[in-house]
Structure formats: C-alpha cells, structure tokens
Design a protein around this ligand. Structure first.
Ligand SMILES: *Cc1c(COP(=O)(O)O)cnc(C)c1O
Length: 228
C-alpha cells in the first residue's frame, strides 16, 4: 500500500467514527485531496488510492499540473480567483468552489455562456470576517446566491465552502462549521433548491467538520505530509 493510501485509510476511519457519533452515513462525506505544492505523480497516487477529487488553490499551478496527470479525476479550484484568470479557470477546473462576489459570478457566467457550458460552483463564505481572507461576508451571501440563481444560468450552485480562522484547537472551528450548515439549510429552504454541499474541514479539524455535516473535507497534510 502506498503512503498516501495508508493515510487515506486512516482518514476514512476517522470520518467513520465522526459519522457514527453524529448519526451520519460515511458515504455522504467526500474527500478532496488538496495537492498544492505537490507534483503530478502525487496527484496520481491520490487518485489511484481513491480520493473523490483533486483541489488546487492556484490557477497557474493547476495549468502546469493537470496536463501532466494521466488519470481521470475531477479538479476543484479552492483558492481565490481573480477575474483576469476566470477564463483560464473554467478551462482547467471542473468545479469553482470559491465564488465570493457578484462581479466574479458575472465574469464566469459570460465565459461559460460563450462556450455553452454549465459549471458547478460553490460560494465561499468568510465567516470569521478575516480581512486577509477571500470569501463573501455572511450578509452578502444571500444577495450573491440570489444573483447566481436568477442571473447566471451557466453557474450551477452546488454548495458552500468556508475556511474558519486558524486555531490549534479544532473545537474552536465547530461554531463556524455549524454556522455554515445553518446558512446552507436556510438558503436551500429560501430558494427551493436541493440540499447544498458543505465544503469544510481541513487536516487539523476535518472530524469536527464531519460531525457538523461536512459533505466535502479538503485535505492536504493529512494525506501528503507537511508541505515544504
Ligand atoms: C491548503 C488548503 C487546504 C488543505 O490544507 P491542509 O491543512 O494541508 O489539510 C484546504 N483548503 C484550502 C482552501 C487550502 O488552501
């Protein structure tokens, strides 16, 4: 078994325990392997080990890496997106998980419409209101979601993503995960859309996120070790 496969098995075990605690089915939780800084060979190892999709946080890095990966998988953009890279991003990624403002949604819509292509997107929410982080502020989520649903027919809203403020104690992330779940439930009820995916939880707090309803956990170090 490869190192990545062994780490993935340990992660899945931990997810199963969190699901048991929360009365959830572990099959509801998908694993996004975040491969930033790691080479194409590592992506292939992760795909071969059975992760559900690959996450990258920079368009330029994915542009080099994706063509070098021979195994078929789905690629999610999980880092901030500038509008001048939107065209490249829709060529490279299968999911844009960091839509956080109307102007970006409009730019994506324009390029996707020109290609007659519909793309799954998630809205990133900056629940901790950290100025250095991307993501829509909570009060801006409702209007952004309304805009996507009403004005962007080529964007398929599939979920919400958040990165809570960093704290070494994973329990400190729990209120943010809970808040994202409540926000998603509220939006789905308000707009009569199917339940939204919840992309939340990273290497240091993913089991807490699973207890709070995560359907995607985004893992780098838990699968690949420390980044250099
Ligand atoms: C790097 C990154 C991750 C993974 O972080 P780890 O702590 O290595 O698991 C998850 N989400 C985003 C948005 C990231 O940039």
């Amino acid at each position: 078994m490869s190192t990545v496969a062994a780490r993935l098995a340990a992660v899945r075990e931990r997810i199963s325990q969190a699901c048991a605690k929360a009365g959830r089915n572990p099959h509801e939780v998908k694993i996004l392997a975040v491969t930033k800084t790691h080479p194409a060979a590592m992506v292939e190892e992760a795909v071969a080990a059975g992760v559900d999709a690959i996450g990258e946080n920079r368009v330029q890095e994915a542009a080099v890496k994706r063509p070098a990966v021979r195994l078929d998988t789905s690629w999610h953009l999980v880092g901030p997106l500038q509008r001048n890279k939107a065209k490249k991003a829709i060529e490279l990624f299968d999911v844009i998980a960091t839509v956080d403002r109307v102007a970006l949604a409009d730019t994506l819509e324009q390029f996707l419409a020109a290609r007659h292509k519909v793309m799954p997107v998630m809205v990133e929410v900056n629940l901790g209101r950290e100025p250095q982080k991307s993501g829509a502020l909570e009060e801006d989520v409702q209007p952004l979601v309304a805009h996507i649903l009403q004005r962007c027919p080529h964007l398929e809203l599939t979920g919400l993503l958040t990165v809570p403020p960093y704290h070494p104690d994973p329990e400190r992330s729990r209120p943010y995960f809970r808040r994202l779940r409540e926000l998603a439930q509220h939006l789905a009820a308000r707009w009569h859309v199917k339940p939204l995916e919840l992309s939340m939880g990273m290497s240091e707090d993913f089991w807490v996120a699973v207890e709070e309803g995560a359907t995607w956990v985004r893992l780098g170090r838990a699968l690949f070790g420390e980044r250099r």
